[in-house]
Write a protein that binds this ligand. Structure first.
Ligand SMILES: C[S@@+](CC[C@H](N)C(=O)[O-])C[C@H]1O[C@@H](n2cnc3c(N)ncnc32)[C@H](O)[C@@H]1O
Length: 281
């Protein structure tokens, strides 16, 4: 059942942590003069109109990108991020999805492989990527992203950044992420895998990052950003996390330098905090 639509959530606090981590990772991959693949298993629509009915329903972006763009005295990596966002999206009424960000942060020599299962969001993704002139270096498939990822590994250049960003509306996403990572690492052990997950008062959301760390206990990074207190009834997402397997060199330092400010900007009450845990080979 595909009920999740990212348009309701685009530009929220979780997108800030996810897209900033993706930005730092792609910037690092761009430093080496060798092509790589960007694989997005759950792409969404690629671009969102913040004035649209869905984004306006709850207005989650007001607690995310709107705050970040108004903030001052940003540490340099965060201001580089907002600077790039303004370049690739001059209209502040729009916010990018991960494929749009990757389209503009990768180089002509790099390739993009995008998966999206929802028929309406797949159609939006195709149109938006056409608008972004993705061209021949990108392929978009209306297919299951978990299986699609495995079918591409190992990628020909033997360098890849993989974003795994499911909706987690169904419990099976937690199990499938762990299983897919296990299979992916067998085929392509050196890939850089970024997994986004919600921080909820649910056993699966607490257990999954721990299971992922065990797949690569000597080379992972975990960043979590909580924006408010957990609700007593246990519902709602009070924070989110990124679990990176084979993180880029310096990602830990860059996040240590920026997460205090990002947390301050996104804080909705005094329970806001971040977690940064890593093991680097
Ligand atoms: C959280 S959104 C993705 C947001 C996007 N990565 C971004 O950062 O802009 C998750 C997307 O996954 C899609 N989806 C759900 N199950 C899927 C599957 N098995 N394979 C591919 N896409 C799927 C949903 O339709 C939804 O658009």
């Amino acid at each position: 059942m595909l009920s999740y639509r990212h348009a309701f959530h685009a530009g929220n606090h979780a997108d800030m942590l996810k897209h900033f981590t993706l930005f730092l990772t792609l910037e690092y991959f761009n430093l080496k003069d060798k092509p790589y693949w960007y694989i997005d298993t759950h792409s969404g629509a690629g671009l969102y109109d913040l004035r649209g009915e869905q984004a306006q329903k709850v207005g989650e972006y007001r607690q995310g990108i709107a705050r970040l763009l108004q903030a001052d005295a940003l540490p340099s990596d965060l201001s580089d991020f907002t600077g790039r966002l303004k370049e690739i999206l001059p209209d502040e009424n729009l916010y990018c999805g991960s494929p749009w960000l990757a389209r503009f942060l990768t180089r002509e020599c790099d390739k993009l492989r995008l998966f999206e299962l929802h028929p309406a969001d797949f159609a939006h993704l195709q149109n938006n990527m056409k608008e972004a002139r993705l061209g021949k270096r990108g392929q978009i498939a209306q297919a299951d992203g978990y299986r699609g990822l495995i079918s591409l590994l190992p990628p020909p250049p033997r360098r890849a950044v993989v974003l795994i960003d499911p909706p987690y509306e169904e419990k099976q996403d937690y199990r499938r992420v762990v299983q897919t990572l296990q299979d992916a690492l067998k085929r392509f052990e050196s890939g850089c895998y970024l997994v986004w997950y919600p921080c909820l008062n649910r056993e699966e959301s607490r257990k999954m990052p721990e299971q992922l760390k065990k797949l690569m206990p000597e080379n992972y990074l975990q960043a979590e950003l909580y924006v408010h207190k957990a609700r007593e009834d246990g519902f709602g997402m009070h924070g989110s996390g990124m679990l990176v397997i084979n993180p880029p060199y310096l990602l830990a330092k860059k996040l240590a330098d920026t997460l205090p400010k990002l947390t301050e900007i996104l804080a909705q009450d005094d329970a806001a905090r971040f977690v940064l845990d890593y093991q680097i080979k």
